[in-house]
Design a protein around this ligand. Structure first.
Ligand SMILES: *Cc1c(COP(=O)(O)O)cnc(C)c1O
Length: 360
């Protein structure tokens, strides 16, 4: 059936092969970061695929996402990267979710909660090593390690930190964060340690510790922007043409009449707009592809449609109903992101709900 929507194809065997590749690169266990609906790919299919490959630790951002994962699997360890807010403790415990404790206040509150439950509660401790986003700061770490008795009621599963710049190969902060992590994590000799996201996994092996936490690269994003992509693409997107029209030199197109044609040409209007996650910032910047030939996006991207110029195409030109490539062999998620001045992470997590999703 033609649903007048784009077709988003998700290659689960490529996802699995990326997981296997990472597991072959390290003696650490490869966890799966599946926050934001597995980066827009689809939580359930991704979790099942990774479980098949032996993944035994997942991470999500929120308790709500953890509950969604629990509908898929009840036992596998799930860390909540955002930690735990007051009032969510009981739900977190009963769903067997493990909060990442990001501040001393969170440590104290989770420990006090454990006491009221008369049991040890599982937790992950995150240290800030320089990113200054989440995690116990330097002063808090000193306070904690001077008197570890606050952790008595807790069962610490992992100590972790997070790189700010691992995608930049030689960024000074990488070494600095790794050094700080080694020093702090060393105070917890019996606990599993974790530092690397996707990019970190492709840097220094000494940073792998016991557990690596890739997200983006599992889904085909390039973790090493300074080289060709070392992982398999997972996502492709093709979108149908709704209408083709001839326009004359001097005419305009779209909201704001922002594009003025400099010559007579032919334009196609496609069934994809910013409500589908094709960013408005792509207006006048991005390209779609017809049989490998680039067609520039002209005028403003609107909510449900956008237009491309077909005037320069060689050979057979497309007809209404034909599909143009948005993501695929000629344009990666990283390429597409670049034309809107953003990153592939945002392209993936913006993917809308109107596409026909095809898992292969
Ligand atoms: C999102 C996230 C990851 C995964 O990062 P990628 O760059 O997608 O591999 C790992 N750890 C933490 C703490 C995160 O927030």
């Amino acid at each position: 059936m033609q649903t007048q929507a784009g077709v988003l194809k998700i290659d689960l065997s490529a996802l699995k092969s990326n997981y296997k590749q990472f597991q072959s690169m390290t003696s650490a266990h490869v966890a799966g970061v599946v926050k934001a609906n597995a980066y827009g790919i689809g939580l359930e299919r991704v979790v099942r695929s990774l479980l098949d490959e032996g993944c035994r630790q997942f991470f999500v951002a929120t308790v709500g996402e953890g509950l969604a994962l629990r509908k898929i699997n009840f036992n596998v360890p799930v860390g909540i990267l955002g930690g735990i807010l007051p009032g969510a403790e009981s739900e977190c415990l009963h769903a067997n979710l493990t909060p990442v404790l990001n501040s001393l206040e969170m440590v104290h509150r989770w420990a006090a909660f454990a006491k009221t439950q008369g049991q040890k509660c599982q937790a992950i401790l995150q240290f800030c090593t320089g990113m200054n986003r989440l995690g116990l700061g330097a002063d808090e770490i000193e306070t904690l390690t001077a008197d570890l008795s606050v952790l008595d009621g807790l069962d610490i599963q992992i100590v972790m930190s997070h790189f700010a710049c691992a995608d930049e190969k030689d960024h000074w902060l990488n070494q600095e964060q790794a050094k700080r992590f080694a020093e702090i994590a060393g105070r917890f000799p019996l606990v599993q340690k974790s530092l690397c996201n996707s990019s970190g996994l492709f840097r220094d092996k000494a940073w792998h510790y016991d557990l690596v936490r890739p997200g983006y690269a599992l889904y085909g994003g390039n973790p090493t922007p300074e080289t060709d992509n070392p992982v398999c693409p997972v996502v492709s997107l093709d979108v149908p043409i709704l209408q083709i029209r001839n326009v004359k030199k001097g005419e305009v197109i779209g909201y704001g009449a922002s594009h003025v044609f400099e010559r007579d040409t032919q334009v196609a209007t496609l069934a994809m707009g910013y409500a589908d996650g094709f960013l408005r910032a792509h207006s006048g910047q991005a390209k779609l592809f017809w049989r490998g030939q680039a067609c520039p996006v002209i005028g403003r991207v609107s909510m449900d449609v956008l237009s491309v110029d077909l005037g320069h195409l060689q050979g057979e030109t497309p007809n209404p109903g034909d599909m143009l490539e948005v993501i695929g062999p000629h344009q990666s998620i990283d390429d597409l992101a670049q034309s809107a001045g953003t990153i592939g992470y945002e392209v993936l997590t913006s993917l809308g709900t109107r596409y026909a999703r095809l898992y292969v």
